[in-house]
Design a protein around this ligand. Structure first.
Ligand code: NOJ
Length: 466
């Protein structure tokens, strides 16, 4: 039981969460730059204006990665930094930043793994075409993707089109927790389809321009388990799997939507704009891999509402939120039976292993990357040292689950801890920490945590030290 010799030991971040420099050097505003300025939207009114100041300190950050022996760094490109209005018009200063970052990584032998969309849509596209509610946004995304492939494709061989569509769609179009903060389930499903088209158009464009690397997408996976063995809870689990798993993965990996679920939601919320040409495009645009972000499973019980539609135990209070529900099902919190993080996310490494099997069983032997996994915590500082033992324990157990999955025949090619460095947790400010590297919020100085040294050893031994 060993990890493959070329396993990508990585760590991840996202542009809005680390870069800062929100209006510097010609960058246009994103929907997040505006959203965080609406009073009450984020914990303590925190913004990503400065974030971890990675825009100015990327060299120091890459040096820390190199010192650790990190094999690969997953980061995202801010669309409005390179195309301030989302289309037609390139900001060369923005291109230069990513170009320098990529060069710096390569110089240190670190493989860049690039996400094109980690939620920071250019505000101009929201204003001019209603963002993902429109097919014009799909066109704009293809233009942006082509720009990135052309400018960075000579050095970047690993591309993720979108990060966690389920999250920005559920929070953006149902719970109103993320921009554009609307509440309309029909839009949730419609934007979901347009985002799938945008993904497919980018995959096609990548092949057309002769890209020789790999391209895929990252979804979150929360494998569902019935809370009790009752028929009602098992039926509810079908709804949960249909929505949070099959609805998002089928169009990408099979080129179709789960028929029964599609019929049910069209009945509840109205017909969707999905054409035959769309389906044929989805079928043509084969992904080279699937990226999965895994944090927790769902314990699912029946819910009586046929139409209400929301989920996610996310809050903006700096603390854990309340239980979530999604029409026919709700997810149950049971602190007697299960283990949880401080933010009430269940800790269950075996569900990560099971997730990979669920993917293989349904879609065949597609290569998998764990593109995110990690522990959100408030790390103890003792005599000036950040002793994040809980994070070490969390990641160690999940990596052992990965190792077991590999021995069971899962084609797992890399693991990216979330996150490389402490960063903005969207709604919960800087209070919820995930990184191997601590950032002093007063002076933005970096400090290696205990987990930094631990992961260094894991990488050096290719996982044998686990
Ligand atoms: C997934 C998202 O991709 C990332 O941006 C976020 O910070 C983590 N989950 C933790 O919530």
């Amino acid at each position: 039981m060993t990890f493959p010799a070329d396993f990508l030991w990585g760590a991840a971040t996202a542009a809005y969460q680390v870069e800062g420099a929100w209006d510097k050097d010609g960058k246009g505003p994103s929907i997040w730059d505006n959203f965080v300025r609406i009073p009450g939207k984020t914990f303590d009114g925190t913004t990503g204006d400065v974030a971890a100041d990675h825009y100015n300190r990327y060299k120091e950050d890459v040096a820390l990665m190199a010192e650790m022996g990190l094999k690969s760094y997953r980061f995202s490109i801010s669309w409005p930094r390179v195309m301030p209005k989302g289309r037609g018009g390139v900001n060369e200063k923005g291109i230069e930043f990513y170009s320098n970052l990529i060069d710096e990584l390569i110089k240190h032998g670190i493989v860049p793994f690039v996400t094109l969309y980690h939620w920071d849509l250019p505000q101009a596209l929201q204003d001019e075409v209603d963002g993902w509610e429109s097919r014009e946004c799909v066109d704009a995304f293809e233009e942006y993707a082509r720009l990135c492939f052309e400018r960075f494709g000579d050095r970047v061989n690993h591309w993720i089109t979108f990060n966690e569509p389920i999250v920005f769609q559920m929070f953006g179009y149902v719970t109103e927790a993320h921009p554009p903060a609307k509440s309309n389930p029909h839009l949730l499903y419609q934007t979901s389809h347009y985002v799938n088209l945008a993904h497919a158009r980018a995959v096609k464009a990548y092949r057309e321009i002769g890209g020789t690397g790999e391209i895929g997408i990252t979804n979150v996976i929360n494998p569902a388990y019935p809370y009790t063995d009752s028929v009602a809870d098992r039926e509810a689990t079908w709804w949960s799997e249909s929505y949070s798993f099959h609805w998002y993965y089928d169009p990408i990996l099979k080129g179709e939507y789960p028929a029964e679920y599609l019929a049910a939601i069209e009945e509840a919320y109205g017909k969707l704009d999905i054409t035959e040409d769309d389906i044929s495009l989805l079928k043509q645009a084969k992904s080279d891999f699937i990226g999965i972000n895994y944090y927790q499973p769902s314990r699912v019980a029946a819910n009586n509402s046929e139409t209400s539609h929301s989920n996610g135990r996310e809050s903006n209070t700096g603390a854990a939120g309340t239980a979530s529900f999604c029409g026919r099902y709700r997810t149950v919190l049971d602190t007697e039976q299960f283990e949880y993080t401080k933010w009430l996310w269940e800790i269950c490494p075996d569900a990560l292993r099971d997730s990979m099997h669920r993917i293989k069983d349904r879609y065949g032997d597609i290569p998998i990357y764990i593109t995110e996994n990690g522990l959100g915590d408030e790390d103890p500082i003792v005599n000036g040292e950040v002793l994040d033992e809980a994070r070490i324990d969390y990641i160690r157990r999940h990596l052992l689950a990965c190792k077991q999955a590999i021995s069971e025949g899962i084609n797992l090619k890399g693991y990216y801890a979330w996150s490389w460095i402490d960063l903005l947790s969207w709604l919960n400010g800087y209070k919820k920490q995930y990184g191997f590297v601590y950032v002093d919020r007063e002076n933005l100085q970096r400090k290696k945590k205990q987990s930094y040294h631990w992961y260094e050893e894991v990488i050096a031994t290719n996982g044998e030290s686990l």
